[in-house]
Ligand binder design. Structure first.
Ligand code: NAD
Ligand code: ZN
Length: 313
């Protein structure tokens, strides 16, 4: 990289054309040394049709996320949640990984990535070929019983909810982040939630709700990854939520380089050696291509043989 520092590509608005090409080359050069830890957010999945919270797609649907306290204490809130989310589940279940997810999988197969941490709950990283992904906020594909802690699949719950609500024929007009939907009170009022198949206890999607903490072992595993990283690469997160931002702060404290690809500003921009304000589905495949090309030995790389080109699929 030719010495760019703070927000070189991000501070003057969205990157286009030639500026994207320059940003891609710079990002590829930063990544070529390996030991890259990815921290992804909702922006990586918008191109798969799942809206984020704070980007343009999220603002359009004005989501108010469910809190743990409302969910566990208010039967009506719980019924509303399951009715809406039963309706929205199809969108999440049918969503397919986009070019950005696939590029992360490809980067991982080259050995350049030391780990992938995602704030997303949609499972699309794994569907896009990534493995060992730490799902910081859990997964919508799983359901947990708050009594006996049994974890079951959302697919199974979906079948049970469909069977318990034969007359529920609402149609989702807008699907919100986390698979929530717009639904009139009159439509959710008669919805029947179901209990744990083993103990009858209260079921909850196996995701971290607002007002709930991420389990400590999971947080520790993320810090361990970040502490050993050479580069922390943020993909599609506004870093508004401290749960993800703390890893950027940690990297900054440890003088670990940070690069951010995000449309719009983030709360980590000031710590970044490079910010790229452009769509992930464009940038990431181009970075994969750039890393495939013959490349000068990355600065500081132990092996001067150059390209980390183990298995490009
Ligand atoms: N897909 C999901 O699983 C999903 C969806 C919505 C929210 N959430 C949850 O809500 C929280 C939201 O925080 P967050 O920081 O992840 O999301 P966020 O909504 O705060 O930020 C997303 C950022 O991505 C940018 N963006 C959107 N599309 C993009 C694209 N194609 N290319 C580049 N940038 C793009 C937006 O402009 C925005 O700045 C997370 O903790 C997550 O658990 C998850
Ligand atoms: Zn149970």
């Amino acid at each position: 990289m030719s010495g760019q520092t703070l927000a070189e590509h991000g501070d003057t608005g969205p990157a286009t054309g030639g500026r994207i090409a320059t940003a891609v080359a710079d990002l590829a050069e930063l990544m070529a040394g390996g030991a890259v830890v990815v921290l992804s957010g909702a922006g990586l999945s918008t191109e798969s049709g799942i809206p984020d919270y704070r980007g343009p797609s999220g603002r359009r649907v004005r989501a108010t996320p469910m809190t743990y306290q409302s969910f566990t204490r208010e039967a009506a809130a719980r019924r509303r949640y399951w009715a809406r989310s039963h309706l929205g589940w199809g969108t999440v279940a049918r969503a397919v990984p986009n070019a950005g997810h696939r590029a992360v999988g490809q980067l991982q197969r080259t050995g350049l990535l030391a780990g992938v941490i995602t704030q997303n709950v949609d499972g699309l990283h794994q569907a896009g070929g990534a493995h060992g992904v730490i799902e910081l906020h859990g997964s919508l594909h799983q359901v947990i019983c708050l009594e006996c802690r049994e974890v079951t699949t959302r697919e199974e719950l979906d079948r049970r909810l469909t069977a318990a609500n034969p007359d529920f024929h609402a149609v989702a007009t807008v699907v919100k982040p986390d698979g929530d939907t717009d639904l009139r009170e009159s439509q959710s009022a008669k919805f029947r939630a179901v209990g744990c198949r083993s103990c009858g206890g209260m079921l909850k999607p196996h995701v971290v709700f607002f007002g709930e903490n991420v389990p400590m072992p999971r947080v520790r595993a993320c810090f361990e990854l970040v502490d050993r990283a050479r580069l922390l690469l943020v993909l599609g997160s506004s870093l508004t939520v401290m749960s993800g931002r703390r890893f950027v702060l940690q990297a900054a404290r440890l003088d670990i380089q940070i690069a951010i690809v995000n449309q719009g500003e983030t709360r980590g921009d000031r710590y970044a050696a490079l910010t790229v304000n452009a769509p992930l589905g464009t940038v990431l495949p181009a970075v994969v291509d750039a890393l495939r090309k013959p490349h000068p030995a990355p600065r500081g790389a132990a092996d001067a043989s150059g390209l980390p080109c183990l298995d490009w699929r």
